[in-house]
Ligand binder design. Structure first.
Ligand SMILES: [Cu+2]
Length: 165
């Protein structure tokens, strides 16, 4: 008797609980999406007044060695950075860190007299080129960096970017 009452109770409660759980999960997800897109569209204005921490990275060097110098970058999420990229070599190189780029908010990229606003995923620097990338990392993690030009990654033109909270 008790067992059948219990199972009848379970039969009515379990679907209801599942629905409540699904709705709660959805609400949490929506909240996350809304807060992330709020950051992406509209960073807090005090963040833009925050002085940027400067980091310089060279793509290759004057001896045409296939490497990033330095090949290890460390950042803190929520801080503003100015990444100065330069290519002192006679070869063209890429700065490719797609997962890293997915987790940052880009304020701008400046190269020559051009300033580009909005999301950037990859930069190509021709010999002698320089670019400045201003952004705020939003997601902690360990990200790979590489130059995807044929042979360059294999020769060791790789690096890592660590973002901590
Ligand atoms: Cu390269």
């Amino acid at each position: 008797m008790t067992t059948s009452v219990n199972s009848a109770l379970l039969a009515t409660c379990v679907p209801a609980l599942r629905r409540i759980f699904a709705v709660l999960t959805l609400m949490v997800c929506l909240n996350l999406v809304i807060s992330l897109s709020a950051v992406a569209a509209n960073p807090p204005s005090d963040l833009l007044k925050q002085p940027a921490t400067e980091i310089t990275i060279s793509l290759g060097n004057s001896a045409n060695e296939l490497k990033f110098e330095p090949n290890h970058l460390e950042m803190v999420s929520g801080k503003r950075y100015l990444l100065r990229l330069n290519n002192p070599s006679q070869l063209k190189h890429y700065f490719t860190a797609k997962d890293f780029a997915d987790g940052i908010w880009t304020q701008k990229v400046e190269a020559g007299k051009v300033e580009i606003k909005g999301a950037i995923h990859e930069l190509e620097l021709k010999p002698g080129a320089e670019a400045e990338w201003v952004f705020v990392p939003l997601k902690s993690g360990k990200y790979g960096l590489r130059c995807p030009i044929s042979g360059h990654t294999q020769a060791g033109m790789t690096g890592e970017i660590i973002v901590t909270n």
